[in-house]
Design a protein around this ligand. Structure first.
Ligand code: ADP
Ligand code: MG
Length: 259
């Protein structure tokens, strides 16, 4: 039996007295660029139905971490598990399209030549009416069902963002990776869209790893915060604990712009 087949049995973590297998677990991930570890021994878990936030200043290695989980970049060391199953180590690699991972990035582009409904149904398989029904269900969740036959350019930026969320959720990903998904949006819209996104994610019961450089966003959305600096996780815990018991002066300074 190849080595990777024997590794997939994972110990589960204790949560509220029950054994829970994390939706996502990354263990001791490292990635080197030009001899420098830009992601350095990072370990993280995301539990079912929860939002874990990878928070840290620009350049600390957040996006590189997400790209390795998505499978578009390969780690130099470490392992990644989804639902307790090994999807990637240094020898074995499930291709990105078979990882059942949803992605949402800042410059989420909708397909301009496809209707809103076809955008949402794009990654789905099966009969046409079934795909449309799922697209309708998701568009209804983001309060845009009436635009199912319209085209992206007919919607506002905030509405397009909600269509992108519906599209990412349509195939029922096991975990959703979001890389600064709100930073392209107007300030006035952002809080509303954050709250709405959170409630849609909870309704769909989707676990999320959210990347942001904004402490305020992490405090608003996360069940768990992993604070990252220079490629390493320096502190991890519930938002309140991370905020009220900063690990060092740099963490105090980083959090000082939350109001
Ligand atoms: P963040 O998302 O936290 O802003 P990134 O993961 O994008 O950080 O980048 C972390 C570090 O890795 C940065 O110093 C960046 O310049 C470097 N980096 C990212 N991708 C590459 C690459 N393909 N080649 C060389 N250096 C890279
Ligand atoms: Mg980034």
């Amino acid at each position: 039996m190849p080595e990777q087949m024997t590794k997939s049995a994972l110990p589960s973590v204790q949560a509220e007295g029950h054994e829970v297998t994390p939706r996502l677990e990354i263990r001791n991930i490292r990635r080197f660029f030009e001899g420098r570890a830009v992601v350095d021994d990072v370990s993280l878990t995301v539990l079912p139905g929860q939002v874990t936030c990878l928070l840290g200043p620009s350049g600390c290695g957040k996006s590189t971490t997400l790209r390795m989980i998505a499978g578009v970049e390969m780690q130099d060391e470490g392992e990644i598990y989804v639902d307790g199953k090994l999807i990637c180590d240094t020898l074995f690699r499930v291709p990105p399209e078979r990882r059942e991972i949803g992605l949402m990035f800042q410059d989420f582009a909708l397909f301009p030549h496809l209707s809103v409904g076809d955008n949402v149904a794009f990654g789905l398989k099966g009969p046409k009416d079934q795909k449309r029904a799922r697209a309708h269900e998701l568009l209804d969740r983001v309060s845009l069902a009436q635009y199912i036959d319209d085209y992206p350019h007919q919607l506002s930026g905030g509405e397009q963002q909600r269509v992108a969320l519906a599209r990412a959720l349509a195939p029922r990903p096991k975990i959703m990776l979001m890389d600064e998904p709100f930073s392209g949006l107007d300030n006035r819209l952002r809080d509303g869209i954050r709250d709405e996104t959170l409630s849609v994610l909870k309704e769909e019961d989707t676990a999320v790893l959210l990347v942001t450089h904004e402490p305020e966003e992490a405090m608003r959305m996360a069940d768990e915060i992993a604070l990252m600096r220079d490629g390493r996780i320096v502190q991890q815990g519930a938002p309140y604990n991370v905020y009220t018991r900063p690990v060092d002066k740099a963490a105090v300074a980083f959090f000082s712009d939350v109001n």
